[in-house]
Design a protein around this ligand. Sequence first.
Ligand code: ADP
Length: 447
Amino acid sequence: MFEKVLIANRGEIALRIHRACREMGIKTVAVHSTADESAMHVRLADESVCIGPPAARDSYLNIPAILSAAHITGADAIHPGLGFLAENAPFAEMVEEHGITFIGPTPEHIRLMGDKVAAKRAAIELGIPVVPGSDGTVETVEAAIEAGRQVGYPMLVKAAGGGGGKGMRVARDEAELKEAVPAAQNEAKAFFNNGEVYLERYLDRPRHIEMQILADGQGGVIHLGERDCSLQRSHQKILEETPSPGLNATQRAKISKIATDAMRKLGYKSAGTIEFLFQDGEFFFIEMNTRIQVEHPISEMISGVDLVREQIRIASGAPLGYRQEDIELSGHAIECRINAEHPETFRPSPGKVTSYLAPGGLGVRTDSALYQNYVVPPHYDSLVSKLIVHGRTRNEALMRMRRALEEYVISGIDTTIPLHQKLLGSPDFLNGDYDIHWLERFMGLKT
Ligand code: ADP
């Protein structure tokens, strides 16, 4: 087992990884920008190294500085967390070339799934159903119009290198497609330095269902059930729950088998998530994330499996600590993502947290790096806390979440807590009756 792990991230996920290491008796090294000197992940780690100025490209994305920090501190492994360098195949390669273990999948699998067009092709070969769309990328408007005749309208123009809901444009007819293709190409170029786009049929009322996988690359593959992440704004997840209120046992068994069979065939190693859209009883693959995800705690709550611990064990060469028969998924879990943003305008709200009190009690978990007098820096993602609850039934989890949100005190900055409270009062949500477009309609953003 590793003696010392460098955590190449910040915020709540850095803390999450630190906690897993601590419980395994592994020492931790935090890296941080000058804006994060007093961050919680720095305070709790055994050692810390400043890796650059506030801008992420100069610090949390600064590969030479991170590798140097690992050498100076004698870390024998690096956990990339999520975002930043988590799905950067060259980084994973460089880490290994420096004799350090990368806690994650192989660079080949990161690369394959990072290119959504290649990932879709691989999915088809692995027996996973995909959203109908263009065969590969479309370079010009003319090519898109031609390919669009097969795909049918409405269509979604998507970035091959996309992520975070960026670089996506809906086209309802040919005229809209003429504008959508260059717009998506430009956005994709700006965000991902890769202007390649492809076409997909636009599903009008799907749920977003994703399967959590754990695999050891030695034949051991298990799933921890699905997560329903349909509550989204601008293609970004707001609240997640498991099990999905929209799946029955047959559908659940079907997708679990498709996902685990595919990962066994691929020889996948580490934690991973296969994302699907689900409409009219059918699943359509959209992408695979080769990392731990923001919403992983709800799967941990219903399974009792520590996903980060398993990632670390697998990276050290150990086989999976569980067989599928050992996994008992019990009860219901919900996560609310709490952002430092205005709950209606979503304007970011960095600044000083003047008072802070996290909720507690049975079945309540708070993954947050906030504390009283902490100053939320303006330079990074606005996610500041994840409130997770577990109950024996969905109704118990809903009541518990409502109670926990009411207890949560975060003063001095705006947060999205009021949005979640509003959501928890909506009959549609309470009935589990929602799709990926529901939240925007509910908020009056879309008709
Ligand atoms: P990203 O990598 O940017 O997160 P995804 O491919 O995972 O992109 O899609 C993000 C979200 O965009 C999905 O959860 C869904 O809400 C929406 N989406 C993606 N593809 C489609 C589609 N073909 N039809 C309708 N909505 C889609």
